[in-house]
Design a protein around this ligand. Structure first.
Ligand code: PLP
Length: 403
């Protein structure tokens, strides 16, 4: 085993041999190189809606690879799978008459949406509007833009200067955002916000918070961005969390669940009004990635959306939510956890102590979940069975008692 690979969000000196070496996966099950099986209680990293090894998506990818394995969509080129995935994505979104820009990673989608929202303000003649309001606890990826606008301080530290013109609002209290708008409303280009903060600990926006942001943006001429990289594609029990919470942002970022992670795909959905503003300008849109609209990623996206539809996974997210909320309520009733929160198929519990030992005990017992401070998060594939959810809770009870 060599030490060539530098792992993501890991201590660089940790030896390669100390990692869990996964060799295969099917459904909600992962298998490591010793043959041990794990229930994937995090859907990889909040993304594998349709579960592992789905033949329809794998077939769509291989068919696309054998027909047109790569090409860009820079002017003057296009291809059918990019056109189709954009149509499929917008038709499920709150902007069925909007337009869709494509990238690969969530971080690319975030940098795109930051540039786009500032560009729209510049084109409106609002040249002083450069400020982005971020939320405490928000996570928006690791590119320079996303690092600057995320509200998890340790992720921003140690890189030197990040983007200027960023201010932070509290994540629970709309009054904090109101104060920022009262003081700097003329300078604000956009507010960026996850409807449910994932990496920040599965923080569901409190009642009225998202509506409050919408109102502030409307009153002050700012754009509202929802980062739906985790919450999109059924996770919260609707195709998008914007629909779950009934608040329509101007711009939506997506990634992860759009292909269930089979191949990277991400992007930005913009409202018809924003698209109209772009179209009104005769100049070129000077933005795009080599892999924007990669044919294989787009074919994966189309097939993945078909699977979510055919298997009724958006509705399934709601029944997963009922199982999790019952199980977590029982654990709280037994005094084993302090509290819990979540919506659809994304949940976290507060343990009142460091959650890493409990995560480790869960790995020993063959379940993947995510420790976040004193919280433990679950975000399973939407194809997870009731029996598998039961196994998660059996093992969780045992891990909580014995770690
Ligand atoms: N936005 C949110 C809400 C995320 O959770 C993530 C990744 O977890 C990102 C953006 C960044 O996505 P990526 O890691 O694909 O760049």
């Amino acid at each position: 085993m060599t030490d060539a690979l530098l792992h993501a969000f890991a201590v660089p000196s940790k030896p390669e041999s100390d990692y869990i070496n996964l060799v295969s996966a099917h459904g909600s099950t992962l298998v490591d190189d010793s043959g041990k099986e794990y229930i994937d209680g995090l859907a990889s990293l909040w993304l594998c809606q349709i579960g592992h090894g789905n033949e329809h998506v794998i077939g769509a990818i291989t068919d696309q690879l054998s027909q047109l394995e790569t090409y860009n969509i820079f002017d003057p080129f296009t291809h059918e799978s990019a056109v189709q995935v954009a149509e499929a994505i917008r038709s499920k979104s709150p902007h069925p008459d909007g337009r869709v820009f494509l990238g690969c990673s969530g971080s690319e989608a975030i940098d795109t949406v930051l540039k786009l929202s500032r560009m729209i303000q510049q084109r409106r003649g609002q040249t002083d509007r450069q400020t982005i309001v971020r939320r405490l606890g928000g996570y928006h990826g690791v590119n320079v833009g996303g690092t600057s606008v995320q509200g998890i301080a340790p992720n921003r530290e140690g890189w030197g200067d990040l983007l200027p013109h960023v201010v932070e609002a509290d994540n629970h209290d709309i009054e904090s955002a109101s104060r920022i708008f009262a003081e700097q409303g003329e300078q604000i280009a956009a507010v960026i916000c996850e409807p449910v903060q994932g990496a920040g600990g599965v923080i569901v926006a409190p009642d009225g918070y998202l509506q409050g942001l919408r109102r502030l943006c409307d009153e002050h001429g700012a754009l509202l961005i929802f980062d739906e990289v985790i919450t999109g594609f059924g996770r919260t029990g609707e195709w998008f969390a914007s629909q779950t919470f009934d608040v329509t942002p101007d711009l939506i970022t997506f990634a992860k669940g759009v292909t269930s992670g089979y191949i990277p795909l991400s992007g930005v959905i913009m409202s018809n009004a924003i698209a109209g503003e772009l179209e009104a300008n005769p100049g070129k849109f000077m933005h795009g990635f080599t892999y924007s609209g990669h044919p294989a990623s787009c074919a994966a996206g189309v097939a993945n959306i078909e699977v979510i539809d055919q298997l009724g996974l958006v509705e399934r997210a709601r029944s997963i939510g009922e199982h999790f909320s019952q199980g977590l309520s029982a654990l709280q009733g037994d005094g084993m956890i302090d509290s819990y929160r979540g919506v659809g198929a994304i949940w976290a519990m507060e343990l009142g102590r460091d959650s890493v030992p409990v995560r480790d005990a869960m790995l020993d017992r063959g379940v993947v979940c995510r420790p976040i401070g004193e919280a433990l998060a679950f975000c399973p594939p939407l194809i997870i069975t009731d029996d598998e959810i039961g196994q998660i809770f059996d093992r969780l009870e045992d891990a909580l008692k014995n770690s």
